[in-house]
Design a protein around this ligand. Structure first.
Ligand code: MTE
Ligand code: MO
Length: 525
């Protein structure tokens, strides 16, 4: 008997099936893990989103026109179909060499990783479902192909197996394979069911959110003068799904507005409890406000500008009537996170500090604090922008500490003056001659008076500024420079209204925000 030609019992179909079984089990486990963590989407959906991002505009338009609302389900189904094929192939490859099958699963995981991590607001936790899926793939592939490998040894009459081909060993190995396949199938179905179960809270709240009618909330209209009109400069309004995300919660709260309450207590004349309906019954305030994170490094992207709608905190706090001596409001989120906010910033009649219900004209996305979060113009998020806020204790800074202040960050967090170059991108090539450069600058609640750029350490040259509706938003800037062929260094600085130019002194983000000037390299040819 030949030792090389596959014996008919070394069935390709079983190997392909092993690959498929392992693949589906891994998918199911990663799906369940994603829902258990309430991360936004499973890795498969992240890949679908990445495909959408990378699809050329023309093709995307065509797809939307031909498929309409079905474009995304069709895309996800196509990806799942491709995965099934790849799983079958991985099984067949494993028959030749274990490493080949592994390579397929590793490749898919890397692809998933890239899709998950390049999504705006990706956090380290988003990697967990992928890791769980990859781990399941390896274990399941091993479990399923091991009996097949032994089966082959019998079939090829390998000297290591004393069993006669067709002898009792075949039935045994085949039973082992089927048993393991059955167990894995059960694990896959179990994970899928568990995922649905874990995800039901979120689905319910998503549905409630989609059905909410928010009277008084209007759609955002970007002022025409806010656009500087230079391609590559961050869009003045940040779409909600591109808005950076920062939260310490692993599984985000999924709160039904009907169950949400905000208790305001502490150093107040009257303790009050507000429901979602109470907020909706009040006058809605709307404003463009730029929110940024104290952890944003110089030139970083932890900043976004949105149209926020909500109820003014000054009015709400007036109902509670803070007592003499109070200087702080300790805000607590449903997930336990807390921040201490200067009372004066919340009661300031000239500042649109609000309990926000909507972002860019729609009820807050779950990740951005649904159903209610705080937004305070001019303060970093870590001292003010409490998501899923459920409690406010009027108190004194001297008497309390909050999540980040306990960890060495400053008690006060006014936003520092900053400016960023968006065009050209660092490390890119441009055509020499007249070069358009541009970006954004911000100093919320104070305003930006001027922006200047300097090429290769030369003289500062004024940039053009776009318009802004208030001083609570960032401002786009642009400048036209004469650039000779070669490598160049571009720097930017901003001047705040009635104040100084941005400092070039470099300071770390801890304890109260980075300083220093953003600079980029580019090459003109
Ligand atoms: N519940 C809760 N709220 C939070 C945080 C958090 O970790 N948990 N992070 C804060 C920080 S540091 C910032 S910068 C903003 C970010 O808001 P966003 O995720 O909507 O962009 O939320 C703030 N509110
Ligand atoms: Mo932050």
């Amino acid at each position: 008997m030949s030792t090389t030609a596959p014996h008919p019992r070394d069935s390709r179909a079983l190997w392909a099936l092993a690959g498929l079984g392992a693949g589906l089990a891994g998918l199911a486990v990663s799906y369940a893990a994603a829902l258990a963590l309430t991360v936004r989407q499973s890795p498969v959906v992240a890949v679908a989103e990445a495909v959408i991002r990378l699809t050329p505009g023309k093709l995307a338009e065509w797809a939307i026109q031909t498929l309409g609302h079905w474009d995304k389900p069709v895309l996800v189904t196509t990806i799942l179909g491709l995965l099934v094929v790849l799983f079958l192939v991985a099984g067949l490859l494993t028959r030749r060499a274990w490493l080949l099958g592994l390579a397929v699963f590793a490749g898919l995981s890397v692809l998933g990783l890239a899709a998950v991590l390049t999504r705006p607001g990706a956090t380290a936790w988003d990697v967990l479902p992928l890791a769980a899926g990859f781990g399941t793939w390896l274990i399941a592939l091993n479990l399923l192909t091991e009996p097949l490998r032994r089966l082959r040894e019998h079939a090829t009459g390998s000297p290591s197996s004393p069993l006669e081909p067709g002898g009792p060993g075949f039935g045994e190995e085949r039973r082992t394979f089927l048993l393991r396949a059955g167990v894995l199938g059960a694990v896959a179905i179990g994970s899928g069911v568990l995922g649905r179960f874990l995800g039901r809270g979120r689905r319910h709240v998503e549905q409630t959110r989609n059905l909410l009618r928010l009277d008084g909330v209007t759609r955002p209209r970007v002022p025409a003068e806010a656009r500087i009109g230079l391609d590559g400069v961050s869009s003045w309004q940040t779409p909600a799904d591109e808005f950076y995300l920062i939260h310490t919660a692993i599984a985000i709260p999924t709160l039904d507005p009907d169950d949400w309450q905000l208790r305001i207590h502490g150093l107040v004349e009257r303790e009050i409890v507000l429901t979602y309906q109470d907020l909706m019954d009040r006058q809605i305030t709307e404003a463009w406000i730029t929110l940024n994170c104290v952890s944003n490094p110089v030139g970083g992207s932890l900043i976004g500008n949105a149209w926020w709608s909500g109820v003014r905190l000054a009015d709400i706090l007036a109902l509670a009537a803070p007592l003499e001596g109070a200087d702080c409001v300790l805000q607590t989120s449903d997930d336990g996170w807390s921040c201490s906010t200067p009372l004066a910033a919340l009661t300031d009649p000239g500042r649109d500090a609000m309990l926000a219900l909507a972002m860019n004209g729609k009820a807050l996305p779950l990740e951005h604090g649904f159903p209610v979060r705080t937004i305070v113009p001019g303060l970093y998020g870590y001292v003010s922008a409490c998501k899923w806020v459920v409690e406010m204790e009027v108190t004194r800074f001297a008497d309390v500490s909050a999540y980040w202040t306990e960890r060495g960050w400053s008690e006060q967090g006014p936003v520092k003056l900053a400016s960023r170059i968006d065009v050209p991108r660092s490390g890119t090539e441009v055509a020499a001659g007249q070069v358009e450069v541009g970006g954004v600058a911000w100093r919320q609640h104070v305003g930006v008076e001027a922006v200047e750029v300097a090429l290769d350490g030369g003289a500062w040259q004024p940039a053009r500024l776009a318009g802004v509706p208030t001083d609570d938003t960032w401002v786009q800037w642009a400048a036209t420079l004469e650039v000779s062929p070669g490598d160049h260094l571009l720097r930017v600085r901003a001047k705040e209204k009635g104040g100084d130019w941005q400092t070039s002194v470099q300071r770390d983000v801890v304890p109260d925000g980075a300083t220093g000037l953003h600079e980029i390299d580019f090459t003109a040819t």
